[in-house]
Design a protein around this ligand. Structure first.
Ligand code: DHB
Ligand code: FE
Length: 283
């Protein structure tokens, strides 16, 4: 049986990827941000899962406004980095895990979550920047990855509650897989940020901390948050945080916080990062 043992959340700022790629992480502006990931990098070396289910959003790279899937599951054997305007990032091609992805596609769709299935997909900073933050600059990523792309770019995105329920369904489905696999799930994006309009640059530290507290302890309650509240309290792009609810739903009712980091700002964004461990409820 496969098990989801850990969850991780992190922001996915594109400038962070460029800073890594250009060898500038030790510059005064960036060092405090990257220092905040040192604990996780050491932890991740000791805790290499077989597969990461990486929940992220595409930023008009693989999908255009002509095609907007709410949830798209990466079922391919590999996912190349997307060209976001400056050429593809110099990072390894992401190796998929097609057998588990096919199992998830069947399990989730029969569980009434109608996913779009992707057999060819390029992945942008939403997916590659979190991998770089945790694994640095290897020749090959040390894990296989199943991308799960969520529409948070074009209205209407899925609700926080729908995301939380999808996470719970992912847990059920993964546990029915007949191979012994250690699976981690990552929820990416956020925290508070707004990139456009009169409130561009908006960040809400108090709200972000409360969000992380409640995500760990009361995800059910948090899943009741409405879109308007995300946008009002966390900025227009703060809606990316619904993806953290998918991660949390997949960890089961109780989770232990192993590590937290929060830093303001990274580019235009409040950087939030958590490492969580699933606490199995007694049978
Ligand atoms: C920034 C943050 C994002 O989440 C994104 O997708 C693009 C830019 C930023 O802070 O610059
Ligand atoms: Fe983003």
């Amino acid at each position: 049986m496969a098990r989801i043992t850990h969850g991780l959340t992190t922001s996915h700022i594109p400038a962070v990827g460029a800073t890594i790629d250009h060898g500038r992480t030790q510059e005064p502006y960036w060092k405090p941000l990257f220092d905040g990931y040192e604990w996780t990098k050491a932890w991740a070396k000791q805790n290499v899962p077989d597969v990461i289910i990486l929940v992220y959003n595409d930023h008009a790279s693989a999908f255009t406004p002509e095609l907007v899937p709410t949830f798209a599951l990466g079922c391919a054997d590999e996912f190349p980095p997307a060209d976001e305007g400056y050429g593809p990032r110099p990072v390894p091609v992401v190796a998929g895990r097609a057998d588990l992805a096919a199992h998830m596609a069947e399990g989730l769709i029969l569980d009434e979550f109608d996913l779009t299935l992707m057999y060819k997909m390029e992945v942008d900073h939403g997916l590659t920047v979190p991998l770089s933050l945790v694994y640095g600059q290897p020749d090959a990523w040390p894990v296989t990855v199943i991308p799960l792309a969520v529409n948070v770019v074009q209205y209407p995105p899925p609700t926080a509650h729908r995301c939380f329920m999808l996470g719970q369904a992912i847990r059920r489905t993964v546990e029915r897989f007949d191979q012994d696999l250690n699976v981690h799930i990552w929820g990416t994006g956020g925290m508070s940020h707004q990139l456009q309009g009169p409130r561009a640059g908006f960040i809400n530290q108090t709200w972000d901390h409360a969000f992380m507290d409640q995500l760990v302890k009361d995800p059910n309650g948090l899943s009741q948050l409405k879109h308007l509240e995300f946008v009002r309290e966390a900025g227009a792009e703060g809606i990316e945080l619904v993806m953290w609810l998918i991660m949390r739903g997949a960890l089961g009712p109780e989770a232990q916080e192993l590590y937290r980091f929060y830093h303001v700002p990274g580019s235009n964004t409040a950087v939030g990062h958590l490492v969580l461990q699933s606490v199995e409820t007694p049978a």
